[in-house]
Design a protein around this ligand. Structure first.
Ligand code: SF4
Ligand code: SF4
Ligand code: SF4
Length: 254
């Protein structure tokens, strides 16, 4: 494994492009696969082939149908599907870390990755209660908390080919909708992407300062498409509550 110097401003994280995500769930499957085969005990499933299956997933994709507002140019806009992948955002001010009574939850100094030391986790669930994003997963079989590790066992793994030293979800995404890098470096590819595309914090009013960023859907250029997405996009830029707030408000208007 590569050893990192401590005391840097490194903030490793993901940038997720809501414009190009097609909701295929490949990232969900690859995350579950990698973290079951390589990260301690498997991520458990309960009743996986039964009527009410549940399980532990470190990455989930939620899909929402939203209805664009009517405009004079598009009085009857078609409903849109928005696919929204969600995993731990590796917050700078992570409430899941501060509430943990045993110190099992921690944020690494060297790269900002938030992890759980499972041997110290007592399964109290306080961190899941504190996380405003619902990004923690109690493993029902083990009784310990799991979460996205940013694939810390891949990204510094000298035994893997260089092209595989990225998170499994990033490596797998067929749409190129997931990007990985150092968001503490303003010149990194991910930081430039966020600057160019107006990348957003999820629910910034929570004060958690997430490292991960979301890229909003882009307005389409062609006359046929522009009025479908443009009404949806305007509130993203105008209102402070981030994507989900905007989504809530959009749904309230139905
Ligand atoms: S997204 Fe939730 S689990 Fe992840 S660091 Fe932030 S508060 Fe903690
Ligand atoms: S970075 Fe790794 S652990 Fe996190 S969502 Fe992606 S595949 Fe899962
Ligand atoms: S693999 Fe890529 S396109 Fe498919 S759901 Fe995940 S982020 Fe979206």
């Amino acid at each position: 494994m590569t050893t990192l110097p401590a005391s840097t401003n490194r903030k490793m994280g993901l940038v997720i492009d809501l414009d190009t995500c097609v909701g295929c769930h490949a990232c969900v499957v690859s995350c579950k696969g990698w973290n079951t085969e390589n990260y301690g005990a498997p991520l458990s499933d309960q009743d996986p082939y039964g009527a009410d299956p549940t399980g532990t997933f470190l990455n989930r994709v939620h899909s929402y149908e939203v209805q664009p507002l009517a405009t004079s140019a598009m009085p009857h806009p078609a409903a849109q599907l928005v696919h929204f992948p969600k995993s731990c955002l590796h917050c700078e001010d992570a409430p899941c870390v501060t509430v943990c009574p045993t110190g099992a939850s921690y944020k690494r100094v060297e790269d900002g990755i938030v992890l759980v030391n499972e041997t110290d986790c007592i399964g109290c669930g306080l961190c899941a209660w504190a996380c405003p994003y619902g990004a923690r997963e109690m493993d029902a079989a083990e009784g310990v908390m799991k979460k996205c590790t940013l694939c810390v066992d891949r990204i510094y793994n000298d035994n893997l080919p260089e092209e595989d030293r990225v998170p499994a979800c990033v490596r797998t995404c067929p749409a190129g909708a997931r990007h990985f890098g150092d968001l503490g470096d303003p010149d990194s590819d991910v930081s430039r992407l966020v600057a160019d595309r107006g990348g957003m914090d999820l629910m910034p009013e929570q004060g958690t300062k997430p490292v991960n960023k979301y890229l909003p859907p882009r307005p389409r250029d062609t006359l046929d498409e522009v009025d479908i997405l443009a009404p949806l996009l305007a509130p993203v830029a105008e209102e402070p509550k981030g994507f989900l707030g905007w989504l809530d408000r959009t749904l309230e208007r139905l």
